[in-house]
Design a binder for this molecule. Sequence first.
Ligand code: PEP
Length: 249
Amino acid sequence: MRSKIVAGNWKMNKNLADTETLLAELSAKLPDTNAEVMVSPTYVNLVGATRALENSTIEVIAQNMHFAESGAFTGEISADMLLGIGVNTAIIGHSERRAYFGETDAILAKKVATALSKNIRTMFCFGEELEDRQSGNHFKVVESQLKNALFSLNASAWSSIVLAYEPVWAIGTGETASPEQAQEMHAFIRKTIAEQYNTDVADGVSILYGGSVKPGNAAEIFSKPDVDGGLIGGASLVADDFVAIIKAI
Ligand code: PEP
């Protein structure tokens, strides 16, 4: 059965002291849950976060990683560097990486391949822009993002993939896809994977929704059958809000 997951993407927020404070608060307030709970602080705070969460069920995950094993890539972080500090999951393809750092589907395909070859679980983000939805192209765009980055993988690789559907127009904007829009797209994603692979692969992959999930809308979004949790930006920076979202699942 696929996992329920609630993951917090902290982006470029919080210094080490603030990271430790938030993690202490989260640990103290963490509700009993069957869901996997993850937090993704910025690179320089990953070590501190793994230490702060040594005795916790909360997993620390990375916001990004490079596709090369090592070498002349100033400012970048490799899979082995993550593994060396006990980080075994990486977000790949966040829309901010695509928009501000030029990460194309081809680059993301390489990152995913490297991550999986190193046994790093991949949380792959994708989703349409506002004009894609307005022009009715959102299914086509999402399908091509999946195909270009993931569909050359073997079926077995999918046990290490988590998908995060994040319509770009809903990220950090306060706009949320309605629960019905989220369900419609998640069902489409599962159908597309079933057609490319089989229903076992499609039914086994967790598909998270991301885009302005808040305590007030989480339960309704998570109640949809093909929504397996959320990737949470802004609301994951406030312990009470993140805890409320975890409770909602
Ligand atoms: C995100 O950046 O992945 C995200 C979903 O952000 P927010 O929840 O702030 O929209």
